[in-house]
Design a protein around this ligand. Sequence first.
Ligand code: ADP
Ligand code: MG
Length: 249
Amino acid sequence: MTSRPNGEPLVRLSGVNKWFGELHVLQDIDLEIGRGEVVVVIGPSGSGKSTLCRAINRLEPIDKGEITIDGALLPEEGKELARLRADVGMVFQSFNLFAHKTVLENVSLGPVKVRKKSKGEAESRARELLERVGVASQADKYPAQLSGGQQQRVAIARALAMEPKVMLFDEPTSALDPEMINEVLDVMVGLAKDGMTMVVVTHEMGFARRAANRVVFMDGGRVVETAEPETFFTSPTSDRAKDFLSKIL
Ligand code: ADP
Ligand code: MG
């Protein structure tokens, strides 16, 4: 894996600031994510990691600064926003599948509605993606009939079905039973190896070591430190990162 692919970054945040009332939750964030790059975002609870992810696809508006995806400025609203948002796949801690739709429908409905694919085309692509994440045999079941790990893999397939340019993962394994964490992380490592651009909020060091090009450490709404995974985990430079790592390692 090349650590910094050439060319215009796929995602660029410049001078991004956001407040929730008095709380300055994102403070002067400058961050560039290159094509094919995998960035792990790590930091204490409340440091702004989820808000950062949500800002990247405008689920949260920002108060100051700029965010571009593939060179295009994120618009405030409207059709253009829907199109750009479809370029950003998102996987959350809670799997967020449609409970009353089958696995196959969960993965194939978005492309029909947003990407204007035919039902047949969307379903055959959905089956390929379910195969890729290892749940092809569950296609006709409902989410509640699947384990947490299977549901999260379906959620990944659903995001991929929209053919996003970048995938955001916000603590995708924190709601899973321990024995299911690796089956989800393995799918994510596979995606990284296939060249997907990824922003992953996780405290799973194993994933960071296996797949990340960079670790971004956040604290108090700021990016405090950025480093290659090995460097970050073995010799963090900031006191805040040292303190955080001493608590989780
Ligand atoms: P993290 O994901 O790193 O735990 P978050 O981005 O979820 O952090 O939250 C950052 C801070 O913003 C926290 O103090 C949180 O309580 C606050 N916060 C998050 N969402 C909202 C909201 N919708 N309204 C007000 N405060 C919020
Ligand atoms: Mg969070």
